[in-house]
Design a protein around this ligand. Structure first.
Ligand SMILES: Nc1nc2c(ncn2[C@@H]2O[C@H](COP(=O)(O)OP(=O)(O)OP(=O)(O)O)[C@@H](O)[C@H]2O)c(=O)[nH]1
Length: 483
């Protein structure tokens, strides 16, 4: 945990996660596409100040805000970090970096369809597209919006997958794009291959100064094929190989649950609850042909510190809702279960108690083959879900000891960063008038003092999405961090 400090808003360096099963013939293409000339570039927000973003790397360069440093500690304890940073930082107050949206999702889920939908909408943004495809075949002919683009605006990468072997090429490509055509576009959309793990791509935007200086990550959009996702989530991979379908959902800021025309309502509910279990933070919309409001997928701010609190609160509200649902189910017992058309509703359908006695009868009524119920068939019908990737959240009243929570987070990142996919939180730190907000991806961590608590009750809220996270252990160790 050497060097970890909350107020220092450390951005840790760690080797990229890699995965097997990559196709070295994948190709990436960049095209600058003028979609609409209607409106100008999005308004930029200032970097420092209440509710605004801080470029932490730059702040850290400008002022050593390690809380272990006595000067910084004093500043921090006075609750004046933002002010100090504002005074120290001499760079532009406007964040002019180009927003980047990553569109991911399993093979055939509807990513290109979504891309096409975005490109043909009247949003006024000029969009550059990075297309990463397998094989040497031509760009998807159905990508109507790209047909108009001139050859001079096409850049190709053809030696691998964005999330692994061509990451360096992506850096170079986007740097060149910025250098040569900065005035021609307002936003970049990256469509990954269907088996890409979004994590290394996300990390690249933090770890590569060339990218971090010019581009800011806006969000990870995951398109999910509602008909086939269950089989992809259930696929058991060899040791050390990630299940990309799970990772893609775990990293999402927004989920487009697509192809709902191909499934019935109970499947939609089952899939929705499965997705929520993996990633409680992402919002989900249902779609056909990937038709969604462009605002849902662009301008997301999924990595913005000033949106952390909203997202954490949303997650907690969803969790509460599902608890209420559970409580409701428990009180109704089996009678409710008999009426419930939702196999993954979280209700106690009384299977444990009833499976042996009348497992078959229930099974006969249950239309959902992947419900995970013990149907009592006794012939290996049950599916084994990989439930190892889940969301956990903590809500605690009271004030945290800065050093203790520093150590706690440092240790967590040191020991579990590989399995910690996404994290977001708001911390109430003793002696600090402002809430401390943070977000992270694996070992990448950024945090900053936010708006003052004022009269509001001091409550810390944290959400983690990850693999095999020991909920109890994380909760108990966090509980020792209070004053
Ligand atoms: N029925 C139905 N088909 C859809 C829907 N959305 C997309 N498709 C079709 O599904 C197929 C795959 O869609 P794409 O957009 O190419 O999927 P993709 O994720 O880009 O595919 P890869 O690049 O191969 O990973 C195409 O034939 C689409 O027309 C939908 O909502 N319903």
């Amino acid at each position: 945990m050497a060097g970890f400090s909350l107020a220092g808003s450390m951005i840790a360096r760690k080797s990229f996660v890699t995965s097997g099963s990559r196709n070295p013939t994948a190709r990436a293409t960049v095209r600058v596409h003028s979609v609409s000339r209607g409106s100008q570039a999005r308004s930029r927000r200032s970097l420092v100040g209440k509710g605004n973003k801080v470029n932490l790397a730059s702040v850290q360069d400008a002022i050593p805000l390690s809380v272990r440093d006595s000067r910084a500690k004093k500043i921090y304890r006075q609750g004046a970090v933002c002010q100090a940073a504002a005074e120290a930082v001499e760079y532009s107050m406007v964040d002019n970096r180009i927003p980047v949206t990553i569109i991911t999702g399993f093979l055939g889920s509807g990513k290109t369809t979504l891309l096409n939908h975005i490109l043909t909408q009247d949003h006024g943004l000029r969009i550059a597209v990075v297309e990463n495809e397998f094989g040497e075949q031509d760009i998807d002919g159905s990508l109507v919006a790209l047909v108009e683009v001139g050859e001079e605006n096409i850049m190709m990468l053809n030696n691998g997958c964005l999330c692994c072997t061509v990451r360096e090429d992506l850096v170079k490509m986007l740097s060149d794009l910025c250098r040569n055509k900065r005035q021609l576009f307002d936003h970049v959309l990256i469509e990954t291959t269907g088996i890409a793990n979004p994590a290394p791509i996300v990390q690249t935007f933090y770890l590569e100064p060339e990218l971090n200086n010019e581009y800011k990550l806006d969000g990870v959009i995951t398109v999910v094929d509602s008909k086939h996702v269950t089989q992809h989530l259930d696929e058991v991979k060899p040791d050390g190989i990630v299940n990309e379908a799970i990772e893609q959902i775990a990293f999402a800021d927004r989920i487009v649950l697509n192809k709902i025309d191909l499934v019935d309502d109970s499947t939609i509910s089952a899939v929705t609850s499965r997705i929520k279990n993996i990633n409680g933070m992402a919002t989900i919309v249902h779609a056909q042909r990937s038709v969604v409001d462009v605002k849902y997928v662009m301008g997301v701010g999924g990595f913005d510190l000033d949106k952390v609190e909203d997202e954490v609160n949303q997650n907690l509200a969803k969790e509460e809702e599902s608890h209420d649902h559970d409580a409701h189910a428990h009180s109704h017992g089996h009678e409710h279960a008999a009426d419930c058309a939702e196999p993954d509703c979280g209700h106690d359908h009384g299977h444990d108690a009833h499976a042996h006695s009348h497992g078959h009868e229930h099974a006969a009524d249950c239309a959902e083959p992947d419900c995970g119920h013990d149907h009592g068939h006794g012939h290996g019908h049950a599916h084994v879900h990989d439930d190892s990737v889940t969301s956990i959240s903590l809500v605690r009243k009271g004030e945290l000891d800065l050093d203790k929570v520093n150590n706690w987070l440092g240790l967590l990142l040191e020991t579990r960063s590989e399995d910690l996919y996404r994290m977001k939180g708001v911390l109430a730190i003793a002696g600090c008038d402002e809430r401390f907000v943070f977000q992270g991806v694996h070992s990448l961590f950024e945090g900053v003092p936010d708006r003052p608590w004022g009269d509001e009750e001091r409550v810390s809220k944290l959400v983690f999405i990850g693999k095999d996270l020991p909920k109890k252990e994380i909760e108990e160790s966090f509980d020792t961090c209070f004053v």
